[in-house]
Design a protein. Structure first.
Length: 607
């Protein structure tokens, strides 16, 4: 069987998953009358809602006598742990670039990883049916990007296709016939080399992705580097340093056929498969015959740059909306996540009531929290903090710095530059990017970006696009001024009353509505001044025999501030928590008792 292993790489939302849908349709992976949902590769609810790919997926397409194994990779830098390892499974990449937006930071991120591994990309300029498409300009920008990433002469001589993934056609020439994706299939056959593997050798493969399957246990996916594997064969797992992790029997060999995983008796070198039967082996381990003693070279994983504390929910409303509240079930869930997600690191505190979860970015950790609340968990989450490290030679404090690329209308560029410079950002580039827009590039400490996304959308009236990517560790850049108002804090437990909220409106905007349950220490609004203020949101109108009470419903209230999970996490201060349940997102003080808070403040001042 003629095999080609290809990864499709691109920036978020440039159309990877839609293109794979069309490749599956045109290769006959679906029956004529089969009902297939759009973006079939985004299997996870959150992926569908946000329109992003979070987990790498494998699929395979049969075209004439060629089998193309396709890996759809995440485009978001927070899921970079996935991207690096996938590259080691494939022999070629299709780089997808939007014909209007051009190459963006994540394009650069994934392309850089592919070029480093010596892969020769095929470039696909996608969405050329857009009214604002500028295909030739984008083609030049892609060439400049290759050159800036130190591509070799061979890599710079990349073939280019112009396509519309949604309409399902590709063409070598921008004015050529727009019929189907055959030009892409042809190019993959001719340009991507077949897997360079040793069919006669002993079985060995590198585990590149891991998932926990409820029926089969741990499933490790990778490409067979040499030899053959059969069901019930005895194999062992070797770590990166060559030590034996476990010896076991293969209980299932699964191959990717279309969008399905099918159990097969035997698989040989070059194919991408999943193996079941291991209990300890994980990503970057070598799975091999018992006689093999040297592990395959594996890609090291970028370190986490941001951490949050996941604390057991101890508010008075704990357990009223979710059914998974105890530290034991939270611990089991987090450890399970840590098993399958190598970019996340979990540390348990000494009191066993909280866990430090470290990852690549706010988005990655925000998605984990969102998945947990949908599963019925209740948690309290601390403000994200950046992980520093010490310089091994000088002992100097180093912090993670990110490269931020911003596309904004010219009228908003001033405010964006000002805000990012206040957050210790250094501008490295500023140029017009066509259509009255400007492209600004900054190097900025990760901690300066915590909470900036929502402010950025407000400042640019929702028209700006901000992309970020880990750049390097650099010496600590000093304090970043936190300009923030105080909070309005409830002083009692009960249900909020419209009349009380109406009376408090001149104190600042509210975050709750009438009828919402509140408790002492819960944040109910933002104070218009810099200090925290305790307020009573339960106080109804006093009734007397002289004045008619009037209906509470007649009170006209200003709409409250709506808190999404990401906004809440970046909004809170160090002495506050976000209480997350399946139904609600509430903000609260870490210490609910006002006397405890005063004591802690005094200690901090004297401390």
């Amino acid at each position: 069987m003629d095999i080609r292993n290809v990864a499709i790489i691109a920036h978020v939302d440039h159309g990877k998953t839609t293109l794979v849908d069309q490749m599956l349709k045109q290769s006959g992976a679906f029956r004529e009358n089969q009902q297939v949902m759009e973006r079939v590769m985004d299997s996870n609810d959150l992926e569908r809602e946000r329109g992003i790919t979070i987990l790498a997926k494998c699929t395979s397409v049969h075209w004439n006598d060629l089998r193309i194994n396709i890996v759809d990779t995440p485009g978001h830098a927070d899921f970079g742990g996935e991207v690096e390892r996938i590259m080691s499974m494939v022999d070629g990449v299709v780089l997808l670039v939007d014909s209007a937006e051009g190459p963006l930071p994540q394009t650069k991120f994934v392309l850089g990883k592919a070029l480093k591994l010596g892969l020769r990309p095929i470039v696909l300029v996608n969405k050329i049916d857009r009214p604002d498409a500028r295909a030739h300009q984008v083609h030049d920008e892609i060439f400049d990007l290759f050159a800036s990433l130190d591509a070799t002469e061979e890599q710079l001589d990349f073939p280019t296709l112009f396509a519309s993934g949604r309409q399902g056609w590709a063409t070598m020439d921008i004015d050529g016939p727009r019929e189907n994706l055959n030009p892409l299939f042809e190019l993959i056959r001719n340009h991507v080399p077949p897997p360079s593997v040793d069919e006669a050798g002993q079985f060995a493969m590198l585990a590149t992705t891991l998932e926990a399957n409820p029926y089969l246990g741990r499933l490790l996916t990778g490409r067979i580097q040499s030899g053959k594997v059969r069901q019930n064969m005895q194999v062992r797992a070797l770590s990166r340093d060559g030590s034996v992790i476990e010896t076991t029997r293969v209980t299932k060999v699964l191959a990717f056929r279309g969008i399905e995983r099918v159990a097969i008796e035997e698989a040989s070198a070059g194919d991408i498969i999943a193996l079941a039967g291991f209990t300890k082996a994980t990503v970057a381990d070598t799975l091999a015959e018992v006689a093999v003693e040297r592990p395959l070279p594996a890609q090291p994983i970028d370190p986490p740059t941001i951490a949050m504390s996941f604390v057991v929910n101890d508010s008075p409303l704990a357990g009223t909306e979710g059914d998974k509240v105890t530290s034991r079930v939270i611990r089991d869930r987090l450890l399970r996540e840590g098993e399958g997600n190598v970019a996340i690191r979990i540390t348990e505190s000494e009191d066993k009531d909280s866990f430090e979860v470290a990852g690549r970015g706010e988005l990655q950790l925000g998605i984990l929290i969102e998945q947990m609340r949908r599963e019925g968990f209740e948690l309290s989450i601390s403000r994200p903090r950046v992980l520093m490290k010490a310089d091994p030679v000088t002992g100097q404090r180093l912090e993670p710095v990110e490269e931020v690329t911003v596309d904004v209308d010219e009228e908003f560029s001033g405010i964006v530059v000002q805000k990012l410079q206040e957050r210790k950002g250094e501008m490295t580039e500023m140029r017009p990017s066509g259509g009255g827009k400007q492209r600004l590039v900054f190097l900025i400490p990760s901690r300066g970006l915590i909470g900036y996304q929502s402010e950025f959308l407000t400042d640019t009236r929702g028209t700006g696009v901000l992309n970020r990517i880990f750049h390097s560790y650099q010496p600590y850049k000093g304090n970043i001024a936190a300009r923030r108002n105080g909070m309005l804090i409830s002083n009692a437990d009960g249900e909020a009353v419209a009349y009380a909220l109406w009376n408090l409106e001149d104190r600042g905007p509210m975050m709750i509505e009438p009828g919402w349950k509140v408790y002492q220490g819960m944040i109910v609004g933002e104070h218009s001044r810099g200090n925290d203020l305790e307020v009573n949101v339960l106080k109804g109108k006093q009734l007397t025999n002289i004045r008619a009470s009037g209906k509470d419903e007649a009170v006209r209230l200003t709409p409250p501030i709506r808190m999404t999970l990401e906004k809440a996490l970046s909004y809170i201060a160090d002495d506050e928590l976000v209480e997350v349940t399946p139904k609600s997102i509430r903000l609260r003080k870490k210490l609910l008792d006002p006397n405890e808070r005063k004591k802690a403040d005094r200690q901090a001042v004297n401390g």
